[in-house]
Design a protein around this ligand. Structure first.
Ligand SMILES: Cc1ncc(COP(=O)(O)O)c(C=O)c1O
Length: 502
């Protein structure tokens, strides 16, 4: 189900950077917490959690520990100050007593909610058997069990060779290495607005914000970029027909393969089936089909990065299923193990048979505890009808957000996404190219970060994304209708207040 609402036109020249939310938002909320705690009052005694047990940290423990926050690298951004001590389902608790509805799921990770009992138990049990059965020493049971559970849910039966890593970025690296070595070609084509991670190869194919690569050059060479069918990127309005966006992007791909990187030098095209850090934009099926056709014609490998969109997030196990397109390589992470560090590269045995043993691997790759947790995730997704819940809650979420858009047609440009990977984009004079847009220029600036901050003040964690004014909704996949409604009401109030403030 692909949703896009398009009433207010918004022209933009793409490419300028305005991704300043982490700085502005973090420093402001940090100041608020440090100064007076007027939004998040500290409690003076032990905090009794909703489960009736005492949190370990007292406010004085917490404030003395918080001092060590100064010793944490400045390279990390943070949307709240404070210490999260526990989490259950759709909520997290801070040491100071704040209980927050979590619409971030730790950036799309805890799809089954925090500390899902089955997942936590599987990990705890595994801890008592073996924690580190290193993948170059021997197999371990959870690794092989996980393959057994994943095989039947692959978007294509050709995906039958697995390699587990720790983070999404590491799996992106491995996928790029695999593509280069099995094709004997060097170049990689990625998408404008793409995010694939912060390690060197992943950073080189990331095109969502310059903060990820600024000052870190030289980057990995041999990377080329085409636009993604997102109206902003082509300087179009939100109501531009999808077919026009798709044909523009495929035309640019044709030109690229004729003018810049010969097909015989091109190893792979890497694409997120839902552009994440680029603004939560589902790839139209016709675009993915077009990429597949080009790959087939030239022997190029198609890599689907499902790190954020996978594991039921979009209402199917994998977002690429909406198009029916077969990827040659698929990358998974995040929701796979519900918070335990685990990622994976999945491809065809025919391709991995060309690898030299030992050319891939890593000390912690495919950790036994993380694999045991992932086995429990896959089981829970089946047993608890997670896809059904995602699709039911998604319909409610889109309905609520479209209603909010209808209340503020001048301020909200677009509601889009798939399943429970959904975004609201605000018109704003802070957006790249906004000076060309009469409507955007009239309304307040930095709408997304201001709205997100108000949501946090009202007890809900929520994130922005992209260089545009976009708030993203990535709640737990098993969220109840009541908590979803509570979250959208908090968002509605926050939007109203920000608009009132101008
Ligand atoms: C689509 C996509 N690919 C790759 C990554 C990188 O994953 P990690 O942060 O686990 O390295 C992310 C992280 O947000 C992502 O969204």
């Amino acid at each position: 189900m692909l949703h896009s609402m398009t009433r207010v036109s918004h022209h933009t020249a793409s490419g300028l950077l305005s991704a300043t939310w982490p700085l502005m938002f973090v420093t402001r909320s940090a100041r608020l917490c440090q100064k007076s705690n007027s939004f998040f009052p500290l409690r003076s005694a032990h905090v009794v959690s909703s489960r009736g047990r005492r949190n370990m940290a007292t406010s004085s423990d917490a404030s003395s520990l918080l001092e060590y926050g100064r010793n944490v690298t400045n390279g990390l951004g943070r949307i709240t100050e404070g210490i999260i001590t526990s989490g259950k389902g759709s909520y997290v608790e801070y040491a100071d007593g704040r209980k927050m509805l979590d619409f971030t799921t730790g950036i799309g990770v805890t799809g089954l909610g925090h500390c899902h009992p089955k997942v936590s138990k599987a990990a705890a049990d595994q801890c008592m058997n073996i924690v580190h059965a290193q993948c170059s020493i021997a197999f371990h049971e959870p690794y092989l069990k996980l393959i057994k559970k994943l095989l039947p849910i692959m978007p294509d039966p050709s995906l039958d060779s697995f390699f587990f890593w720790n983070s999404g970025s590491e799996s992106v690296e491995a996928a790029l290495k695999l593509a280069r070595t099995v094709t004997g070609r060097q170049n990689i084509i990625c998408m404008q607005g793409a995010y694939h991670g912060r390690t060197f190869g992943a950073m080189a194919v990331t095109r969502s914000k310059t903060i990820y690569s600024k000052g870190f050059a030289p980057l990995m060479p041999g990377v080329f970029t085409i636009p993604f069918p997102f109206w902003h990127q082509l300087g179009q309005t939100p109501d531009t027909p999808e077919s026009a966006l798709v044909s523009q992007c495929l035309y640019q791909l044709d030109l690229l393969l004729t003018q810049q990187t010969a097909p015989s030098d091109t190893a792979a095209i890497i694409v997120e089936p839902v552009l994440g850090e680029g603004g939560y934009v589902p790839a139209p099926a016709a675009f993915l089909e077009g990429l597949r056709a080009v790959c087939d014609k030239h022997g190029i490998l198609l890599i689907a990065d499902e790190v954020q969109s996978g594991f039921s997030r979009t209402g199917k196990f994998f977002a690429i299923e909406y198009s029916g397109v077969r990827p040659d390589i698929m990358i998974i992470a995040k929701g796979l193990a519900n918070g335990f560090p685990l990622s994976g590269v999945i491809t065809r045995k025919e391709l991995t048979n060309k690898l030299t043993p030992g050319s891939m691997g890593g000390t912690y790759a495919g950790n036994a505890v993380a694999c045991a947790a992932a086995c429990a995730v896959v089981d829970a997704m089946h047993e608890e009808n997670i896809l059904e819940n995602v699709n039911a809650r998604s319909t409610e979420l889109f309905k609520a957000l479209h209603a909010i858009k209808a209340e503020h047609p001048k301020h909200i440009l677009d509601v889009r996404g798939q399943g429970l990977m959904v975004a609201v984009e605000f018109a704003s004079s802070a957006s790249p190219g906004a000076e060309h847009d009469a409507v955007a220029a009239q309304v307040g600036s930095a709408m997304a970060s201001r709205v997100a901050k108000k949501c946090i003040e009202r007890g809900m964690l929520i994130l922005t994304t992209s260089v545009y004014e976009v708030v993203r909704f990535i709640p737990p996949l098993n969220i109840s209708a009541a908590d979803l409604a509570k979250g959208t009401e908090i968002f509605r109030e926050a939007v109203k207040e920000v608009i009132r403030e101008g």
